[in-house]
Design a protein around this ligand. Structure first.
Ligand SMILES: Cc1ncc(COP(=O)(O)O)c(C=O)c1O
Length: 382
């Protein structure tokens, strides 16, 4: 027998209650029954995004919402600033290039977070910048960017919008879209929303909707004006992911029952415990300012990370995530995102200890687990 544990930052495990809801017979989407669930889920999303604006649901993965953000608000030739601090910063750059924007990147070493002053001085020198694009949490490096502080800077600029990929930060770190001056926030179902992949969410501020009026890139499926019109009537322009939206309603009920502050606290505590554990084992964290979605750490010099990951996944049953691009094989990432609690952290850390020891790394068995327990013991049962 091989019991499986998903410890990668997406897709994340789906709670049993949600799986059972999604196992029910499919219903038709142009019905009062579906519209009621849709409207309740849409209201719930607004609470998680902390926005008064509509949060639109799109059938697609998170990248669909990223592309929708760009094609609905910008024009070819527009100058855009991309915070390029990892794989997903690159995605903002690549999509913008495809649509002909003049892309300027603020390139950061992987693991670093941008400083608000860097964005501020760029915008002072380049007031014609139409958009700044960033990740809340750069999943490839497990770094968190100071989106609140950057939002305050961009808020004062009428001709610049702030576009945030919150795919592994919304639902993990409190995100106050309206208050922080985020003009477009996007995320996806398979991360903190504890659902299978296939559903993306996007919300636009009034400033972003005014950009939308002037955006000329041809678009059809991802035309957010059409979606807004339908979704204000509690339906979607095209056939929605009925099953995922039914699941979403259950997920949101679970999140509100737990209390959003407790959801964020749980991510913080499990993040703290995982970081303490890998450091107690003698490893260096990758991120200078870590996200509570996942913990990335450097593997020993010369260690074959890819082989380890494969062994853990196929022979032990634990799926961690490795590094991407130049960090392939050199780092490991442990998720604490979504449906994850104290004993998932213990399993993740214990798996790292036993697995690395088996691979000949000098590990003091139990050192990481003890460090994690020291933090988690104050949290369990509270
Ligand atoms: C921060 C971030 N942005 C974008 C994406 C891409 O999302 P998707 O794979 O759902 O299209 C991911 C996926 O891991 C992510 O973590």
């Amino acid at each position: 027998m091989l019991k499986k544990f998903l410890m990668a930052p997406g897709p994340t495990p789906v709670p049993e209650k949600v799986l059972l809801e999604m196992a029910k017979p499919i219903i038709h989407h142009r019905t009062d029954e579906f519209s009621k669930t849709f409207a309740e889920a849409a209201e719930g999303l607004k609470k998680v995004f902390n926005t008064k604006k509509e949060v639109l649901m799109l059938a697609g993965s998170g990248t669909a919402a990223m592309e929708a953000a760009i094609v609905n608000t910008l024009n070819p030739g527009d100058k855009v600033l991309v915070i390029n601090a990892g794989k997903f910063g690159q995605r903002w750059r690549d999509i913008s290039k495809v649509y002909g924007m003049e892309v300027v990147t603020l390139d950061m070493d992987w693991g670093l977070s941008v400083k608000p002053e860097q964005v501020e001085s760029y915008l002072t020198a380049n007031p014609d910048t139409r958009a700044v694009m960033i990740q809340g949490s750069e999943t490839s490096t497990t770094a968190y960017h100071p989106i609140k502080e950057i939002g305050q800077i961009i808020k004062t600029k009428a001709d610049t919008i702030f576009i945030v990929d919150g795919i592994t930060s919304i639902g993990v770190h409190e995100t106050l879209m309206d208050e922080w001056g985020i003009d477009i926030a996007v995320t996806g179902s398979q991360k903190a929303f504890m659902l299978p992949p296939g559903l993306a969410f996007i919300a636009l501020s009034d400033k972003a909707w005014s950009f939308c009026e002037k955006a000329k890139i041809p678009r059809y499926y991802l035309d957010l004006r059409r979606e807004l019109k339908s979704q204000l009537q509690a339906t979607t322009a095209y056939t929605p992911t009925v099953t995922l939206i039914n699941g979403l309603k259950v997920v949101l009920d679970m999140m509100f029952e737990e209390g959003l502050e407790n959801v964020y606290k749980r991510h913080q505590v499990n993040g703290d415990a995982t970081r303490a554990a890998v450091q107690a084992l003698g490893f260096k964290l990758l991120a200078e300012c870590p996200s509570n979605a996942a913990t990335g750490f450097y593997l020993p010099e010369g260690f074959e990370g890819g082989k380890f990951e494969k062994f853990m996944r196929e022979r032990v049953g634990i799926t961690y995530a490795g590094g991407q691009d130049h960090l392939k094989g050199k780092i490991l990432r442990i998720s604490h995102l979504g449906y994850h609690d104290a004993f998932d952290t213990i399993t993740a850390v214990s798996g790292i200890e036993m697995g690395l020891a088996k691979f000949g790394v000098d590990i003091k068995l139990g050192a990481g687990v003890t460090a994690a327990q020291e933090i988690l013991k104050n949290y369990i049962g509270e």
